[in-house]
Design a protein around this ligand. Structure first.
Ligand code: GLN
Length: 486
């Protein structure tokens, strides 16, 4: 096996044993990037020189006996977190030249844990999308089939992990953007409970839904990464004051024999039969190994989550994106006649179609006369959806469902039909509305060789339990040992 295709924990064992250096690992990853990036296009910006300096610093630390959680591990960062001195574009023309003067909290924490940053990964513009096709910087291709999308919005991060162009990555998930691309690229994607990971330095899309999380090859790697980025941050007012357990150590302590709920509405019309069969086989594995499987019902989540999400997310986005005016950040139009025209032109030139569609929709639902009918009502239904989850999770340790209704679709297949694109998040979106943690783990392949994901939804702040449940299945099946043949 090449170094670039190993896991974080395998590489750390080699570093500790003195078998390899951080510089060796980085060289291997960059050789792989040189081989396959032309086909996949997972990155917007590569950070090779800075990464080499970080790897050298990691090797120096190791020589001094200072090995931390992620020392010498090459990670990709979705291009939505601020990294001091490197462009942070959010996949948008309007930020194509924005260089932040500070690091996001997660970036700061990863640096402190000894990580090495390979580059900034491609994404749907401002994280709006499910296919990474709305990026101003071009599409990313699915490493398992280059004619297909990698999922989105964190499609660059998912493709980079799957194609071995990094060891693991960070993504962000507002309605499924970590879990869905993880499922479609055959990796593990974890969206933590809202508030567990600081959003400081994450460009805001829909602030009450956005959450940073991990994209990795194995559950153990997800646990390691989560431990490095979780924790209270006074710079994020929604950050939760909780102790961060040693998630990796918790995996070993897991008790098994969980009570797992299966929401019956998540297996209805629209679910691809092969995806449904793979997920049901995974559920049978839990039953066969001593778990109690219960059918549960989430009627409101199934019926209203997409509608509620597109009212709340667009409302918040229209407010959050008001800051991009051509004056304070990024690209300024050269054509403007006066100050007001400068705002219009900069936004008209800088934003893509999907972002404009959402700003218009969000402005509409917040406008007087429509606020009560749409936005306020959506907030009420959101509370009902959250209550529905709370009720079923009282009797269940976690819930099992598909992550995405289909495997990866063809590039361009849904780009002209926004509603069809929005429906790809039917199983993930309600988890963000309820603020719960969710993980996608690989659970097989279609006959055409495309990865399928199992979604596991947990109780608030029970990431340790969620990871243990995910690992129970992962260990029995070992899908993670498969890599795409690029
Ligand atoms: N696909 C959903 C959207 O377009 C979710 C995106 C996300 O989680 N960032 O909004």
């Amino acid at each position: 096996m090449e170094l670039y295709s190993l896991t974080i924990h395998e590489l750390q064992d080699k570093l500790r044993a003195g078998e390899v250096t951080a510089a060796d690992i980085l060289t291997s990853v960059y050789q792989r990037i040189d081989q396959v990036e032309g086909k996949v296009h997972a990155y917007i910006t590569l950070m090779k020189e800075a990464a080499q300096a970080q790897a050298a610093a990691a090797d120096a630390a190791i020589r001094n006996g200072d090995i931390r959680a992620l020392t010498g591990i090459p990670l990709a960062l979705k291009d939505i977190y601020c990294v001091q001195g490197f462009t942070t574009t959010c996949g948008s023309r309007i930020l194509h030249n924005f260089v932040p003067p500070y690091d996001a909290t997660v970036v700061e924490k990863l640096r402190a844990a000894g990580a090495v940053f390979t580059g900034k990964a491609n994404m749907d513009e401002f994280a709006m999308g499910s296919s990474t096709e709305t990026s101003y910087f071009g599409v990313t291709r699915n490493p398992w089939d280059l004619t297909r999308i990698p999922g989105g919005s964190s499609g660059g991060s998912a493709a980079a992990v799957a194609a071995d162009e990094c060891i693991a990555a960070l993504g962000s998930d507002t309605g499924g953007s970590i879990r869905q691309p993880a499922a479609l690229c055959g990796i593990v994607g974890l969206k933590p409970t809202y508030g567990l990971v600081s959003r400081y330095g994450l460009a805001a899309y829909a602030s009450s839904l956005d959450q940073i999380g991990t994209m990795a090859r194995t559950v153990e790697d997800a646990a390691l990464l989560l431990g490095a980025i979780a924790g209270h941050d006074e710079r994020d007012s929604t950050s939760f004051k909780a102790d961060v357990p040693d998630y990796r150590a918790e995996l070993a302590r897991s008790k098994g024999r969980w009570r797992l709920g299966v929401p019956k509405e998540f297996f209805g019309a629209g679910l691809d039969p092969e995806v449904g069969a793979a997920v049901k086989a995974a559920i049978e594995h839990y039953r066969a190994t001593g778990c109690e499987i219960r059918e549960v019902s989430l009627p409101l989540a199934a019926e209203y989550a997409i509608a509620v999400y597109y009212l709340i997310a667009t409302a918040e986005a229209s407010s959050n994106l008001a800051r991009y005016d051509g004056v304070r950040y990024g690209r300024r139009s050269a054509k403007a006649k006066d100050a007001v025209d400068l705002y219009y032109q900069s936004r008209a030139e800088g934003f893509g179609d999907e972002v404009k569609r959402r700003i218009i929709l969000g402005t509409h639902v917040l406008s007087s006369g429509y606020y009560d009918a749409y936005y306020l009502r959506a907030q009420k239904v959101r509370t009902l959806i959250r209550n529905e989850f709370t009720a079923v999770l009282r009797d269940c340790d976690a819930l099992l469902s598909p992550t995405s209704p289909t495997a990866a679709f063809k590039l361009g297949e849904k780009s002209s039909d926004p509603l069809a694109m929005y429906l790809t998040d039917i199983y993930t979106i309600s988890v963000n509305l309820a603020g719960l943690p969710g993980i996608s783990v690989p659970c097989g392949f279609t006959t055409g060789g495309l990865p399928i994901g199992l979604q596991i939804i947990g109780r608030p702040f029970d990431e340790a339990g969620l990871l243990s449940i995910a690992r129970h299945y992962e260990q029995a099946h070992g899908w993670y040992s498969k890599h795409p043949s690029l």
